[in-house]
Design a protein around this ligand. Structure first.
Ligand SMILES: Cc1cc2nc3c(=O)[nH]c(=O)nc-3n(C[C@H](O)[C@H](O)[C@H](O)COP(=O)(O)O)c2cc1C
Length: 395
C-alpha cells in the first residue's frame, strides 16, 4: 500500500516513544522506506538501535554529523520525503515548529521539507490544554500541518484526560490517507460487504463463506480518497474502517431495505456483499427437532438488489461483483447487462488465492461497452484502488 513511499518518522522525547516502534513496523510492513530521526530527548526513552534494526536504515540523531551528512545530508532527506510523521510529538517540538526554530536534525528537516507533515501529539493533559500549546497547534493547522489528535485516557504521568498518543493503527491510517489521491471528494459511495444470514429457526441459519474483506478494503480506500462512505455490512468479524458510516444488517431483506433507503443520496453504489439468492420459506419459531432420516426445506427467492438498483430512473454509477466457479466471463457479462450495471468485478472463487477469506484477489473488470481489464493477483486493498481508479475515470 505504501510501496515506494519514502517516509521520515520523527520521534521526540515523550514516554510514548516506544509506541513509535509499532508505528514503524506498520509502515515498513506496508512497503514504505522509513528513515527515522530521533531527538536527543527521544534517545532517553528508546535506543536508536531498535529503530535502525526495524527500519533497515541508519537512524539520524545529529545535525552536525560528518558521516551522516556525507551519506545523506539533512536537506536531501527533507527533499526526498513523501511524508514526514512526528510521533510522538512533544509540546516542545510543536512549539519549535510553530516558531520557526530549526536547532536540531528533526526541526531542521521539518523546516526544509515540502512534503506533508503529520503530527501525533502526546503530552500531559495540562500541557495539551495550555493556551500556548493550543495557539501553536492552531497556527500549524492553518499552515496545512496535519494532526492525529491524542486520545482520552489515563496518562503515564497519572493524570486522566486528553493527551495519550493516538493508537499506532490510527496514525498509520492517517499517513495512508495523507499519501492518497483526493479524487473522490464530493462523492457519496455506498458499499455492501460480507455475507447475509437467513434464519431457519432460533438456532440455525443459512449463510456463505464471504469474509467482507473486499468490501471493507473498498470502503477504507474510498474514505482515504475523500469519499463519504456508507458501508452496509452483513455479519463479519472486521473492525469498521475509520470515518466510514457503518450500517450493520443480517438478512438479504434487511440489506435490501438499508440499500434502497440510502440509494437516493449516492453517486456510486458498489455491491461487494455475497447476498443469499434464496431464503427459507418459513422461519420456525421453535428449534426444529431431529425426527426422520431426511429433512426437506423450502426456499423462496430473495429480492435482487443489484437489479432493483439498475432499474431506478435516476440511478447512481453501479458496480456489481460476480463470484463464479466456472464460465467466469460469460456469467459476469450476462449479469452486467441483465442487471443494468456499469461495471462487474468478476472473480474466480475456485482459486485458492482469490475470493473468500484470503487477502488477495484476481479479477476481471467488465464494462458496458465491452471493455475488459484483467487484474493480476494482488491484495484486496490494491484491487480496491484499481476499481476506484476506474470509477473515477468513468465518472
Ligand atoms: C519521563 C518524562 C516524560 C516526558 N513525557 C513527555 C510527553 O509525553 N510529552 C511532552 O511533550 N513532553 C514530555 N516530556 C518533556 C520532554 O522530554 C521535554 O520537553 C524535552 O525537552 C523534549 O525534547 P524534544 O521535543 O526535542 O524531544 C517528558 C519528560 C520526562 C522526563
Amino acid at each position: 500500500m505504501l510501496k515506494d513511499k519514502r517516509i521520515i518518522l520523527g520521534v521526540t522525547g515523550g514516554i510514548a516513544a516506544y509506541k513509535a516502534v509499532e508505528l514503524l513496523r506498520l509502515l515498513t510492513k506496508s512497503g514504505a522506506d522509513v528513515h527515522v530521526i530521533m531527538t536527543r530527548s527521544a534517545r532517553e526513552f528508546v535506543t536508536p538501535l531498535t529503530f535502525q534494526t526495524l527500519s533497515a536504515n541508519p537512524v539520524h540523531t545529529e545535525l552536525f554529523s560528518l558521516i551522516a551528512e556525507r551519506d545523506i545530508g539533512h536537506i536531501t532527506l527533507a527533499d526526498r520525503a513523501d511524508l514526514l510523521i512526528i510521533a510522538p510529538a512533544t509540546a516542545n517540538i510543536i512549539g519549535k515548529i510553530a516558531s520557526g526554530i530549526a536547532d536540531d536534525m528533526l526541526s531542521t528537516t521539518v523546516m526544509a521539507t515540502k512534503a506533508p507533515v503529520l503530527i501525533a501529539p502526546a503530552m500531559n493533559v495540562n500541557m495539551y490544554t495550555n493556551p500556548v500549546y493550543r495557539e501553536n497547534e492552531e497556527k500549524l493547522r492553518r499552515f496545512g500541518y496535519l494532526f492525529v489528535p491524542p486520545e482520552q485516557g489515563t496518562l503515564a504521568c497519572g493524570w486522566e484526560g486528553e493527551g495519550k498518543l493516538a493508537a499506532p493503527e490510527s496514525i498509520f491510517e492517517a499517513a495512508v490517507a495523507a499519501l492518497s489521491p483526493r479524487d473522490l471528494v464530493g462523492q457519496t459511495i455506498l458499499i455492501t460487504a460480507g455475507p447475509t444470514r437467513e434464519e431457519l429457526d432460533p438456532v440455525r441459519f443459512i449463510t456463505n463463506h464471504s469474509s467482507g474483506k473486499m468490501g471493507y478494503a473498498l470502503a477504507r480506500t474510498a474514505q482515504r480518497r475523500g469519499a463519504r462512505v456508507i458501508l452496509v455490512s452483513g455479519p463479519v468479524s472486521l473492525p469498521a474502517p475509520n470515518g466510514v458510516e457503518l450500517k450493520p444488517v443480517v438478512s438479504a431483506d434487511e440489506m435490501l431495505t438499508a440499500v434502497m433507503a440510502r440509494a437516493g443520496e449516492c453517486t456510486v453504489i458498489i455491491k461487494a456483499a455475497a447476498v443469499a439468492d434464496y431464503r427459507p420459506l418459513t422461519r420456525s419459531g421453535q428449534k426444529i427437532k431431529k425426527k426422520g432420516d431426511e429433512l426437506s426445506l423450502r426456499f423462496v427467492k430473495t429480492a435482487d438488489i443489484l437489479a432493483r438498483l439498475g432499474s431506478l430512473a435516476d440511478r447512481p454509477y453501479l458496480v456489481g461483483f460476480a463470484a463464479e466457479t466456472d464460465n467466469l466471463k460469460t456469467f459476469a457479462g450476462k449479469k452486467l447487462h441483465e442487471k443494468n450495471a456499469d461495471m462487474i468485478v468478476a472473480n474466480d472463487i475456485s482459486r485458492s488465492d482469490a475470493g473468500f477469506h484470503v487477502d488477495t484477489n484476481h479479477a476481471v473488470l467488465l464494462f458496458r461497452d465491452g471493455r475488459e481489464t484483467e487484474c493480476p493477483l494482488m491484495s484486496k486493498d490494491d484491487l480496491a484502488a484499481v476499481i476506484l481508479d476506474h470509477i473515477v475515470s468513468e465518472l
